[in-house]
Design a protein around this ligand. Structure first.
Ligand code: HEC
Length: 146
């Protein structure tokens, strides 16, 4: 007689075939999952590689500050410089403990960032001392140093 559910017992050979096809299905599932996972991993890497051009990224994060070199701004910048910077960059900004700041070859954004964030172990951060407008006066002063 058959089992209580009315089905014939599965002969051993069919059972093996059934297990094999289950294993195959599992293997295919695993393969497609790992393919999917590697695609998912590969995609952001590809995107990142595409965005790795630093100038665009930096200018997007911190737009190049415009420097207006009016005599008033330069004078204000000089005042701020005397208060905060001469101890390291020298009274005439030709350098002391810190480097000469005449004819800086770096961008305004880079100068502003250096003032805001400082240089680890070299120069303190002035983010709490100077707001954007005051950083702009320092930029005007530094750009006037030729
Ligand atoms: C405690 C000393 C110290 C003080 C104060 C200081 N600096 Fe500096 N600064 C340095 C040193 C040292 C460096 C060089 C860091 C390095 O090795 O890149 C530097 C670098 C810089 C640079 C980058 C120069 C370049 O050619 O890359 C700028 C711009 C600058 N300082 C501006 C300022 C301004 C503006 C102030 C005042 C608000 C100031 N610093 C205050 C020590 C100081």
């Amino acid at each position: 007689m058959s089992g209580t559910d009315g089905r014939e017992p599965v002969p051993p050979n069919d059972m093996n075939a059934c297990l094999e096809s289950k294993a195959l299905a599992l293997a295919m599932l695993a393969a497609s999952v790992s393919l999917g996972a590697s695609l998912l991993v590969a995609m952001p890497i590809k995107r990142y590689a595409g965005e790795i051009t630093p100038p665009a990224e930096i200018s997007a994060a911190e737009p190049e500050p415009q420097v207006v070199e009016t005599p008033e701004l330069i004078a204000k910048g000089r005042e701020n410089f005397v208060m905060s910077c001469v101890e390291c960059h020298g009274d005439d900004a030709t350098g002391d403990e810190g480097p000469d700041l005449h004819n800086l070859a770096i961008s305004n954004a880079r100068i502003a960032r250096t003032i805001r964030h400082g240089v680890k172990g070299e120069m303190p951060s002035f983010a709490k001392t100077y707001d954007d407008a005051q950083v702009a006066t320092l930029l005007a002063y530094l750009r006037s140093l030729k």
